[in-house]
Design a protein around this ligand. Structure first.
Ligand code: GUN
Ligand code: ZN
Length: 445
């Protein structure tokens, strides 16, 4: 079945270079995206393509709306939607006060299903088509994530979030138990349909050396697994890790020394990593997921995106809800921009100051599309309209926001338009979301 989608199409070329994005994008003012059997057949100008295609197809007209590759949220907690905007604590106190008690509720299958469905609806109504998800320790929470994604035919990366210390008893388990249940989940879900499994030890504070050894043994046993965890998000956290793993060279070395640093490692936050640590992450081919709204909400700190990419580290963006305050990747970019501007000014005092180190609109959109896909090694499936890629996309209609519409009216360049969209846009301007060429938002009741 051939389908056409007409609108203003924007995407990065598969060969785009993060340092020269101005030469690496396609913008088609009147574009046509042709989709066959859920995959991208072609993306090009409407006039050219419609002249070439002889086969009959249904054409869905989006007028002045933008068609972007679906957004990638590379770090989000499916069990924290109810905890979003819980007031006033730094990370460690916030986890104990709000997050852990709420995660406990996901041991119940009915509760887990209902709240996980709501979580996925939030992703889709924000134009997020791929998510890297932390559920809770309970099977019910993991099953709910994989089942819902399978029903939607949505690409996800996820796996049970496990802890064996420094959390309430009901949320911790012995590493041998985690080994058994995670093995079962991998066999059931890994590489089934569009799902990938991620080994997910929560972070070093809640992981004993034995549990990190178990994580490494799982990586050795099964092929193609991701591993995700948190790192260097908050100063009190970093101090605690340095104390409890005092025989290590630093936070990164804890994960590295257990063999957890692979090209499929996704490290959430990474605000306080040293230059040496960034170089080591780049050398390992691992990725950092920057979580802007969360870092501001929890007062965690100002991530240096420019320094990160200058070290050759691949980077994606995560909403980190419930630490993050919005499922909208546009809102997250908005905060990423402001963080980079602040960080750049603070760097004025030292040699890291760089006139071009404030995130620009192309960089921002790159990180939630092709750049995010590259960080996940999925650029040959998602993140752009490369021929043969899966047709996941989002339709953004600026006229759904009066101020944005008004502002766009005076813009001359693509970059200016994109910047206005990310600074003023959010879920309000998402007109439709498609997975494999099928409309999944607006929801059919
Ligand atoms: N570090 C360990 N667990 C978490 C979590 O749930 N959220 C955030 N933001 N940081 C963490
Ligand atoms: Zn997180």
């Amino acid at each position: 079945m051939l389908k056409g989608f007409r609108g203003r199409i924007f995407y990065f070329d598969i060969n785009a270079d993060v340092f020269h994005l101005e030469k690496g994008y396609h913008y088609l003012e009147d574009g046509l995206l042709l989709v066959k059997d859920g995959k991208v057949l072609r993306a090009g100008s409407y006039d050219e393509l419609s002249g070439e295609v002889t086969q009959k197809y249904e054409c869905i007209e989006f007028g002045d709306s933008f068609i972007f590759p679906g957004f990638i949220d590379a770090h989000v907690h499916s069990v924290q939607t109810k905890s979003i905007v819980s007031y006033g604590n730094q990370l460690l106190q916030w986890l104990q006060t709000y997050i852990f008690p709420n995660e406990k509720k996901f041991d119940n299958t009915e509760y887990a299903r209902e709240h996980t469905r709501f979580f996925f609806q939030q992703l889709l109504k924000n134009g997020t088509t791929t998510a890297v998800i932390y559920p809770a320790v309970f099977d019910a929470s993991v099953e709910a994530v994989f089942e819902t994604a399978q029903l939607l035919n949505m690409r996800i990366i996820s796996g049970k979030t496990w802890m064996d210390r420094n959390a309430p008893d009901c949320l911790i388990e012995k590493p041998e138990k985690s080994l058994k249940s995670v093995s079962g989940q991998i066999e059931k879900w890994h590489r089934k349909g569009r799902a990938h499994y991620a080994i997910t030890p929560r972070y070093a504070i809640t992981s004993s050396p034995d549990s990190l050894k178990v994580a490494a043994s799982l990586l050795r046993t099964y092929e193609g697994l991701y591993i995700q965890t948190h790192i260097s998000e908050n100063l009190q956290e970093v101090a605690m890790v340095n104390h409890s793993y005092s025989d290590h060279k630093g936070y990164l070395d804890v994960y590295d020394s257990y063999g957890l640093l692979t090209p499929y490692t996704l490290l959430g936050h990474g605000i306080y990593l040293s230059s040496g640590e960034l170089s080591r992450i780049a050398q390992a081919g691992a990725s950092i997921v920057h979580c802007p709204t969360s870092n501001l909400f929890l007062g965690s700190g100002l991530f240096d995106f420019h320094k990160t990419i200058e070290h050759g580290v691949k980077m994606a963006i995560g909403s980190d809800v419930g630490g993050g305050t919005s499922f909208s990747m546009l809102s997250n970019l908005h905060d990423a921009y402001k963080i980079s501007a602040l960080k750049n000014n603070l760097n004025f005092e030292n040699s890291d100051y760089n006139t071009f180190a404030t995130m620009n609109a192309l960089e921002a959109f790159y990180f939630i599309t092709l750049g995010g896909a590259r960080a996940l090694h999925l650029e040959n499936r998602i993140g752009s309209f490369l021929q043969g890629n899966e047709a996941d996309f989002v339709v953004i209609d600026p006229s759904m926001n009066q101020l944005l519409s008004y502002r766009l009216d005076g813009t001359d360049t693509v970059e200016e338009m994109l910047f206005a969209i990310l600074m003023l846009g959010n879920e309000q301007i998402v007109k439709a979301t498609y997975l494999m060429g099928e409309e999944v938002y607006p929801f059919k009741v």
